[in-house]
Design a protein around this ligand. Structure first.
Ligand code: RET
Length: 247
């Protein structure tokens, strides 16, 4: 009947989550505002990108309010009468966010490259496998979590390959302006997405860094992967008629 120890965010982590929530709300308003300045059939990338930051705003509101998490045992000291168990705060709400937003990010990119819909669909399905294996792995207490992690990494390897090879070639065939827009956003994405499993490894996976540091690591990645990516993508589409992409 000893005491248990919970590893959780402090006010520092919460404050950072509030700040990022504000960034996501602001970005959403900017993207929706920019959409309104375009004719309706030129708004597809504004709408997709605004939806991404809109979902993230709600996820960050949850984490800032210290909601959307569950305690997961990270260490179990069977014979210690004082410390009965150590658990870590795992924010499952991240994965609800990612399950909705990573397919939208991939749509932004693959539609920019003019990829045919069966490819877009399959890359998105593989992406959903990646997010769900990450969630299940985060909730599993035993070292089986690393098995789920390995499946997720295999899925990511396929996605990155499709982006940096297949889609890049496809985009450049549609014109140098489309090729350039794709390469800037595609390389940012390939670079950032590879850092997510690194963050997972030291947070949900290995419990190496604190939940406050987790807020910094995932927070920087999310700001770059959503609002900064979105601004770059919308800027890249200036002067590109969606009709050239079959949209
Ligand atoms: C997990 C763990 C399992 C292995 C891999 C992962 C990759 C996650 C990625 C997330 C991207 C999120 C983005 C969010 C919004 O901005 C699930 C962490 C490979 C790539 C871009």
């Amino acid at each position: 009947n000893g005491k248990s120890v919970a590893i959780a965010i402090t006010t520092h982590g919460s404050d950072l989550y509030w700040a990022i929530c504000a960034i996501m709300i602001t970005a959403t308003m900017v993207f929706v505002g920019l959409a309104a300045t375009k004719p309706r059939h030129h708004r597809i990338f504004h709408y997709i990108t605004a939806a991404i930051t809109m979902v993230a705003a709600v996820a960050y509101f949850s984490m800032a309010s210290n909601l959307g998490w569950t305690p997961i045992d990270v260490e179990f000291q069977r014979n210690n009468p004082v410390v009965r168990g150590v658990n870590r705060e795992i924010f499952y709400v991240r994965y609800i966010d990612w399950f909705i937003t990573t397919p939208l990010l991939l749509m932004d990119l693959l539609l920019t490259a003019g990829m045919p819909w069966p490819t877009v669909l399959f890359v998105i399905l593989v992406d959903e496998v990646m997010i769900v294996t990450g969630l299940v792995g985060a909730l599993v207490k035993s070292s089986y979590k690393w098995g789920y992690f390995a499946f997720g990494c295999a899925a990511l390897a396929y996605i990155v390959w499709e982006l940096v090879w297949t889609a890049r070639k496809h985009a450049s065939r549609l014109g140098s302006d489309i090729g350039k827009a794709f390469v800037s956003c595609g390389s940012l994405t390939a670079f950032l997405w590879i850092l997510y499993p690194v963050a997972w490894g030291v947070c949900e996976g290995g419990n190496v860094i604190s939940p406050d540091s987790e807020a910094v690591f995932y927070g920087i990645l999310d700001v770059l992967a959503k609002p900064v990516f979105g601004a770059l993508l919308i800027w890249g589409h200036r002067g590109i008629d969606p009709g050239r992409l079959g949209l």
